[in-house]
Design a protein around this ligand. Sequence first.
Ligand code: G3H
Ligand code: 13P
Ligand code: ZN
Length: 309
Amino acid sequence: MPLVNSKEMFAKAYAGGYAIGAFNVNNMEIIQGIVEGAQMEKAPVILQVSAGARKYANHTYLMKLIEAAIQESGLDIVVHLDHGPDFATCKSCIDGGFTSVMIDGSHLPFEENIRLTKEVVEYAHARGVTVEGELGRLAGVEDDIKVSAADSSYTRPEEVEEFVTKTGVDSLAIAIGTSHGAFKFKGEPLLRFDILEEVEKRLPDFPIVLHGASSVIPEYVEMINQYGGKMDNARGVPEEMLRKAASMAVCKINIDSDLRLAFTGVVRKHFVEHPDHFDPRQYLGEARTALRDMVRHKIVHVLGCNNKG
Ligand code: G3H
Ligand code: 13P
Ligand code: ZN
């Protein structure tokens, strides 16, 4: 199986009422844990790389690890740039073998977002690469940028047709109340499904993307707190809300914080229980297994994309 772009994957997900998991990758153990979980569930998967991940791990190292994952697993895998900040970063990822990119112009005025997104789409489509755009602004932390709740804004459904038509994007990320990171809601979780429904009506058969969609799994938050960490008031998107979104127009669900929490929880526990261990394979191996099992759970119980690979 070669690397694929997201076109066919999303068409099948839309028609089948399920979503594909887009997991953020930063190192070998994270890639292996995700891909092994997807392989066990015969699920298509998107491995996404942020600008920060490229800076941390190096583009070529990540690409070679992903190539190895495809060779070993035989799965359909999309390698996607997460939150592309500008044209140059998107171009560098496309030239370097990514099959999908996000250009995140959500902080720009509407017309500027259209202009930048269109420029990326023209470059990407000429090379068989799919493009995700964004309208509306999520709260939370991405790379070093922190968007406060006051600066966040829901997607305006009345803008989506013009944006999609003028830019030619293949998928659209929208803001309906999710946010990046582990502290998503102060009170009861609330997602604006009315906005999603309105977008769905205006863009029939068009794949929608949900960012900030980790559930902040309580088991791992508790593990972190129990073994010396401090993650009070961490709260994510309830699984039943994600399942509902996946049954609607949402074809891609982004998950990073849950990977971080599982990884960190398991490593913290390992060191407390084995203060004499100093072989990284012992604690990184345990973290990798936890990621694999968490990804399997997401695929089967949240995304519904098992046996769709
Ligand atoms: O949306 C952001 C993702 O969680 C990636 O985070 O930019 O710190 O790699 P990062
Ligand atoms: P979480 O912080 O909810 O995992 O969201 C990740 C994300 O949207 C990456 O683009
Ligand atoms: Zn995001």
